[in-house]
Design a protein around this ligand. Structure first.
Ligand SMILES: C[S@@+](CC[C@H](N)C(=O)[O-])C[C@H]1O[C@@H](n2cnc3c(N)ncnc32)[C@H](O)[C@@H]1O
Length: 382
């Protein structure tokens, strides 16, 4: 079967976890890993599989070509020589997005319009038509130029992969689902272990954990832009969805608990968790973190406290930090994984210095993922 090159696009900092996800899915032919991007070899039938299964990536695009572009003629001619007709139909509706960094061709708008012109010229010649109706399936091409190298891609995903469609009720600043999944996958937590989020908001971290525990493909409840493309037989989509349904583990009993001071959040969590198909897997209770007691000797906390943006001021989070400190003070069997943009957090959490701090991005905000390992954990995580 014909080989294609796919690119998984992700937030900076999540490259290693997306790579692991790809390898676990069986994609061992990784061509390159760079900031926010992993190129790998695949076949057309893999487009549904990676879109359905990748938990931590933002999207999956097809690599169409990469070449040096120092002037518009070079850009136009190279784009016109790409076999767009392998994907884009005679009636395809084409949009082009662009980016340009440190390049001679710095006008993104001009690059976009030249790209669209070149694609249309190519298709008109191949389909032997004078104009394209653009009434059919949607195709979104990207022209990204970095240091004069143009990368042409075609998006297969549509709305970002973080859209799992289970979150109908949220608080002010919920985590993106793919970042929440990354927090879980970067922690020690495994499906048989106890997990708590004492500041659970809309429940995103816990829902993602429950879906991981049950091996539920994150994209099962949504559709993707490339589902409309005749270049991907419908059978590939139905086969991938059937396989994902069969892969769900119905036997396990996860131990996952969520608390929040705000009763509305607890209501949201219950709805969202049910929407995600893991309604019986997470137990929620309205509780102030200062009243929480850890009865078991071992477990894992993954959480993101309020910080910055609209949610609260630095002063308001101090009682939460003290409560966390108190909660875990004499609990050497518990690990803490905490995402916050507040660089002062380690000064308030006295149990120990963090074993690891990982730089991640919560949207555009730089945040630290502070990791404190229990006495039982090996001191090495990825
Ligand atoms: C940044 S949000 C968590 C967002 C969550 N990770 C999500 O994806 O929806 C922080 C949460 O902490 C809760 N919170 C604030 N103070 C609290 C306290 N003292 N005890 C428990 N929860 C608290 C807020 O109600 C809010 O929902």
């Amino acid at each position: 079967m014909k080989k294609i090159v796919l690119i998984a696009v992700m937030t900076f900092g999540l490259e290693s976890i997306v790579r692991k996800e790809l390898e676990d899915l069986g994609y061992k032919k990784i061509i390159s890993v760079s900031d926010g991007r992993i190129e790998f070899e695949a076949e057309v039938k893999d487009i549904p599989i990676v879109n359905l299964w990748l938990r931590t990536a933002d999207r999956v695009v097809i690599k169409m070509a990469e070449f040096k572009a120092l002037d518009f003629d070079q850009l136009f001619d190279n784009i016109k020589s790409i076999p767009w007709e392998e994907w884009i139909t005679k009636d395809g509706k084409i949009t082009v997005n662009g980016k340009s960094v440190k390049s001679v061709l710095e006008s993104v708008r001009s690059n976009q319009s030249i790209t669209k012109k070149a694609i249309i010229e190519r298709l008109k010649a191949k389909y032997n038509i004078d104009w394209l109706e653009e009434t059919g399936p949607e195709f979104e091409a990207q022209v990204s130029i970095y240091k004069d190298m143009a990368l042409l891609t075609l998006d297969t995903t549509g709305f970002g992969l973080h859209r799992r469609n289970y979150r109908t009720s949220t608080g002010e600043v919920p985590l993106r689902e793919n970042l929440a999944a990354a927090l879980v996958l970067l922690s020690f937590w495994k499906k048989d272990r106890l997990l708590i989020d004492p500041l659970c908001g809309s429940g995103t971290i816990l829902i993602e954990a429950a879906m991981i525990a049950r091996n539920i493909a994150p994209g099962l409840n949504r559709d993707f832009a490339s589902e409309q493309w005749p270049g991907i037989p419908i059978k590939y989509w139905t086969d991938a969805r059937d396989a994902a349904l069969n892969a769900i583990d119905k036997t396990i009993k996860p131990r996952i608990f969520g608390y929040d001071i705000d009763p509305q959040r607890i209501k949201d969590c219950k709805i969202n968790t049910k929407n995600a198909g893991v309604g019986n897997d997470v137990i929620y209770q309205q509780k102030d973190i200062k009243d929480l007691i850890l009865e078991e000797t071992q477990g894992i906390i993954i959480s993101n406290p309020p910080y910055g943006i609209k949610l609260s001021t630095a002063k308001e989070v101090l009682p939460i930090y003290s409560a966390l400190d108190e909660l875990l003070k004499n609990k050497p069997g518990w690990s803490l994984f905490l995402l916050t943009a507040d660089k002062n957090f380690p000064n308030h959490f006295k149990r120990a210095r963090p074993d690891k701090i990982r730089k991640l991005y919560n949207g555009t905000i730089e945040a630290g993922y502070y990791q404190y390992y229990s006495e039982k954990e090996p001191k090495q995580l990825q």
